[in-house]
Design a protein around this ligand. Structure first.
Ligand code: DGL
Length: 267
């Protein structure tokens, strides 16, 4: 059991930021990553559709004998975490609760900004998770749908991205928040730019690192950690266009992303 891989999935390649954080935090753990590149983006889709896609991916990961599943997608976590937990015999970890916990810690009583896809923001999942931990916290949300295609284009530090960032984040800045949750898998790649836009007093919360820590805690709690010094294997699968996944995904994971298989999820 302990040597089995961890299943990680996302709507596309943004979840590779979470894989990267898992490599750093849990270097002995093997992983299987699934990116739903045929059906990305999830951000503008209905909760029902995102839930159905997420359940299909969960079932595929379970056929690969994973010992835990990480939903490395904020939109899928927002709409499907409960459904996946109910359907899964292995632990399922989402990105929202860990991000909320880190934000409450970092904001030190000041307000908390949350940015994400339209779906994540509309779900109110971050607001609920933050209020569960800090009932009186002031939370201001903003959907930033243009950030995902800009990141996929590789425009991490482009002046056009910065202008759009200024526009999206003006109300969050005016609210004087102490922390900003990067509530979308792609946003950690915009960290330097967002740091400039928000200023030095605002802590940027990267759910990826927090999620890897939550995963580490769960594996320990269940006694299913890989033995120290185990040599991990890492597999990548997508639902379409492996070549583009490898080309763009290497921006997230460097040369550790070597090959990807294409999997057909249709039953
Ligand atoms: N992975 C999605 C998220 O974290 C962003 C991309 C999409 O819209 O599918 O919300």
């Amino acid at each position: 059991m302990n040597q089995l891989p961890i299943g990680v999935f996302d709507s596309g390649l943004g979840g590779l930021t979470v894989v990267h954080a898992i490599y750093e935090r849990l270097p002995a753990e093997s992983t299987i990553y699934f990116g739903d590149t045929a059906r990305v983006p999830y951000g503008p889709k209905s909760p029902e559709t995102v839930r159905r896609y997420s359940l299909e991916i969960l079932h595929w990961l379970l056929t690969q004998s994973v010992k835990a599943v990480v939903i490395a997608c904020n939109t899928s976590t927002a709409h499907a975490l409960d459904a996946l937990r109910a359907a899964s015999p292995v632990p399922v970890i989402g990105v929202i609760e860990p991000g909320a916990r880190a934000a409450v810690r970092a904001a030190t009583g000041r307000g908390i900004g949350v940015i994400g896809t339209a779906g994540t923001v509309a779900s109110g999942a971050y607001v609920r998770a933050i209020h569960a931990l800090a009932p009186g916290a002031q939370v201001i949300q903003r959907a930033c749908p243009l950030f995902v295609p800009l990141v996929e284009e590789g425009w991490f530090d482009h002046h056009a991205t910065e202008l759009i960032g200024e526009e999206y984040l003006a109300p969050v800045r005016q609210a004087g928040v102490g922390a900003l949750v990067l509530g979308c898998t792609h946003y950690p790649l915009l960290k330097p730019l967002l740091h400039r836009v928000m200023g030095p007093d605002v802590a940027l919360i990267d759910s990826a690192a927090e999620t890897a820590s939550a995963l580490a805690e769960t594996l320990k709690e269940k006694g299913i950690e890989a033995p120290a010094g185990a040599v991990p294997t890492h597999r990548f699968a997508v639902s379409d266009d492996a070549a583009r996944f490898l080309a763009v995904g290497s921006r997230f994971l460097g040369d550790r992303l070597a090959e990807a298989e294409v999997v057909d999820l249709t039953p």
